[in-house]
Design a protein around this ligand. Structure first.
Ligand SMILES: [Zn+2]
Length: 273
């Protein structure tokens, strides 16, 4: 078992709940964020313990308690959080004070530059992409599994931040959060074929082990990094944390054969408004 460690995040604790923060976000006191782990909650196996998803079969009461606890840890109320129905696409919703709802429609990316809106998505192998532009005071949070990656959800989020919030790509910091890594993400011909259509030099995103041509290990982290770079983002931060290697800390749909929970990522701009 590989135990990946990351230099870009550090572990902290608030309201008795452990979570990760990014060193790169520390200089901005008005920015609140957390990458939660699976620890510190009340859910029972196989959702032990900080499962934040109501769509995996966990007790609704346990999830509600976990969500409340997660919100408290970042000094947010549940009403300030905004989520959406994830559909493995590349649609990005722009949230503001006027249109915000706790659960928006179907999308895989959320962006805002309004304070007191806490973007909140759940993950369990798919890539969390976390965005922050300190010049425009804009943030984003995107869910990119392999399907979303093939639709360039990363690039779509950058474009939305540019077009909707006036950001410049070179000012945006983009974080590739804990997701299933090239060490563990074995895929079949469907993913290999889709990547061939999507990426220049797609072969370099795959490693074939033991001469196996039908299956390969896919580097989804690197695929997203290339899309962010192609969109003009210069500050790309890899957490390098593999959810499947680290089931002690994260939920992994693949490593736990579909019977597991989802951990959360929250980001918001603090303000008086
Ligand atoms: Zn791994």
């Amino acid at each position: 078992m590989i135990h990946s460690v990351s230099n870009s995040v550090y572990s902290t604790i608030s309201q008795n709940l452990p979570f990760y923060r990014l060193h790169n976000f520390d200089p901005y006191p008005y920015l609140e964020h957390a990458i939660f782990t699976r620890n510190g909650g009340v859910s029972q196996a196989p959702f032990r313990s900080l499962n934040l998803s109501t769509s995996v079969g966990d007790s609704l009461q346990a999830v509600k308690q976990n969500v409340r606890h997660a919100c408290q840890a970042v000094n947010a109320t549940l009403n300030q959080t905004v989520s959406c129905h994830l559909i493995h696409g590349a649609d990005v919703l722009t949230i503001n004070k006027a249109n915000r709802q706790q659960v928006m429609g179907q999308a895989d990316g959320l962006i805002t530059s309004d304070p007191n809106i806490y973007l909140f998505l759940r993950f369990g192998d798919c890539t969390p992409l976390i965005f922050f532009d300190p010049i425009q005071h804009a943030i984003g949070l995107t869910h990119a599994g392999w399907r979303g990656t093939m639709k360039n959800a990363a690039g779509a989020t950058v474009r939305a931040m540019v077009n909707q919030l006036g950001c410049r790509p070179k000012n945006i910091m983009a974080v590739i959060g804990p997701a299933i890594g090239p060490c563990c993400y074995e895929v079949g011909q469907d993913v290999i074929a889709a990547a061939t259509e999507t990426f220049v030099d797609s072969a370099s995103l795959f490693t074939h082990r033991n001469g196996n041509v039908d299956h390969a290990h896919f580097d989804m982290w690197e695929a997203n990094r290339r899309q962010l770079a192609a969109a003009g983002v210069e500050q790309i931060i890899q957490t390098g944390l593999c959810t499947a290697c680290r089931t002690d800390e994260f939920f992994s749909h693949r490593a736990e054969k579909g019977s597991t929970g989802r951990f959360g990522v929250i980001i918001g701009l603090k303000g008086d408004a």
